[in-house]
Design a protein around this ligand. Structure first.
Ligand code: CUA
Length: 330
C-alpha cells in the first residue's frame, strides 16, 4: 500500500537510490545546522539579554580556535557534498555504452518519442526493465523539460540542441512523465507515462502494430529525397565532404578551428551549413532550415551515424581508410 503523501516518489531506476541518499544526506546536515542555529539563538537571547539600562557588555576580540573550528568543519562537510554530488552528477550524465537510444521531441504540448527500431509514441514511452535507455532530448518550439520523478531524471528540451539523459528502470510499472518547464497555456497538461515492462513483454509490444521504419532507413530515404546524396557522395568526388565514418570524429574547419561531428554539429550543418564549413570545401550548401522537421533531422543524424567504415567484409560503400574507431555504435 502506498502512503497517501509519500515523502519521495517511488524509486524505479538504478539512479534513484543514489540521488535519494545524497539528497537525504544534504537534508540531514541542513536540518542539523538549522536546529543548532535555533538553539544557539534562543540560548544567547536569554543568556546575554540586557539586564538593566546601564548594562555594558565586555568587548570581545575574537577567538582563533573558534573561528578555525567553524571554518574547517563546514569546509569538510561541503567537500564531502561536492565530491559525492559530482560523483552522482557524472554517473547521471554518462549513459552506458550499451544503452538503447530513444529520441524525445518536446512540442507544445506533447512529447513525441521514437524507439531505436522506429516505433513512435506520443506522451507514452514503453521500456524494458533492466535495460539502460539513453534519451536524446530536443524541442521543436520552446523550452520544455522531460521529468520522470520515479527515475530521478529531469532534463530540459531546448530547441536546436540535443540534451541527453539516461536511466535503467528497475521495477515494472507505470510512472508519471511531466513537462517541468512552463511552456504555455497547456503546460500542466503536457504529461504522459513511462511503462516499464518485462523484457519479453517489451519485445512483444515492439512486434505489435505495423512494422515501423527505422530512423536509419528513414534518414537514408531523406538523404536521397533531399538530394544530399548528389554532393555528399561516398567517394571524394562530391562537392561536400564524405560522410562515411565522420560521426563523432574531429573535423578540420575552413576557419582553421576544429569541431567534433556529433549530433549537434550535424544538426547545425543541416540547418545552418555556413556556420562551420569543413576545410577544403566551399560554403555552397543551401540551408534546410524549415524544410526538415526535428524528427527528420533525428533520422538524418541516425543515418549519418550509421555510415561507418565497413568491417573487413561488408557491402557499405568503399571509403578511404582512416583511423578506425572500433565497432560502430548504434
Ligand atoms: Cu512543455 Cu511545459
Amino acid at each position: 500500500m502506498k502512503p497517501v503523501f509519500p515523502f519521495a516518489p517511488e524509486r524505479a531506476s538504478s539512479l534513484a537510490g543514489e540521488v535519494d541518499a545524497l539528497f537525504l544526506f544534504i537534508l540531514g546536515i541542513t536540518a542539523l545546522f538549522a536546529v543548532g542555529v535555533w538553539i544557539a539563538l534562543l540560548y544567547f537571547a536569554i543568556r546575554y539579554r540586557r539586564r538593566s539600562n546601564d548594562d555594558r557588555p565586555a568587548e570581545i576580540h575574537g577567538s582563533l580556535a573558534l573561528e578555525l573550528t567553524w571554518t574547517v568543519i563546514p569546509l569538510a562537510i561541503m567537500a564531502v557534498m561536492f565530491v559525492w554530488g559530482a560523483k552522482v552528477f557524472f554517473h547521471m550524465n554518462r549513459p552506458p555504452d550499451d544503452a538503447m537510444t530513444v529520441s524525445v521531441v518536446g512540442k507544445r504540448w506533447m512529447w513525441k518519442l521514437q524507439h531505436p527500431t522506429g516505433q513512435r509514441e506520443i506522451n507514452e514511452l514503453h521500456v524494458p526493465r533492466g535495460r539502460a535507455v539513453k534519451l536524446v532530448i530536443t524541442s521543436e518550439d520552446t523550452i520544455h523539460s522531460f521529468f520522470v520523478p520515479a527515475f530521478r531524471i529531469k532534463k530540459d528540451a531546448v530547441p536546436g540542441r540535443y540534451n541527453t539523459a539516461w536511466f535503467r528502470a528497475t521495477k515494472d510499472g507505470t510512472y508519471h512523465l511531466f513537462c517541468a518547464e512552463y511552456c504555455g497555456t497547456e503546460h500542466s497538461r503536457m504529461i504522459g507515462r513511462v511503462v516499464v515492462m518485462e523484457p519479453e513483454a517489451y519485445q512483444t509490444w515492439l512486434a505489435g502494430g505495423p512494422p515501423p521504419e527505422s530512423p536509419v532507413a528513414a534518414g537514408e530515404k531523406l538523404f536521397t529525397e533531399l538530394n544530399c546524396i548528389t554532393c555528399h557522395r561516398p567517394d571524394s568526388a562530391g562537392r561536400g565532404p564524405v560522410l562515411v565514418g565522420i560521426f563523432e570524429r574531429q573535423v578540420r574547419l575552413a576557419d582553421g578551428g576544429t569541431a567534433v561531428a556529433d549530433e549537434a554539429y550535424v544538426r547545425e550543418s543541416i540547418v545552418n551549413p555556413a556556420a562551420k564549413v569543413v576545410a577544403g570545401y566551399q560554403p555552397v550548401m543551401p540551408t534546410f532550415q524549415g524544410q526538415v522537421s526535428e524528427e527528420q533531422l533525428i533520422a538524418l543524424i541516425a543515418y549519418i551515424r550509421s555510415l561507418q567504415f565497413p568491417p573487413a567484409v561488408g557491402t557499405a560503400p568503399a571509403a578511404a581508410p582512416g583511423p578506425g574507431r572500433g565497432p560502430s555504435r548504434q
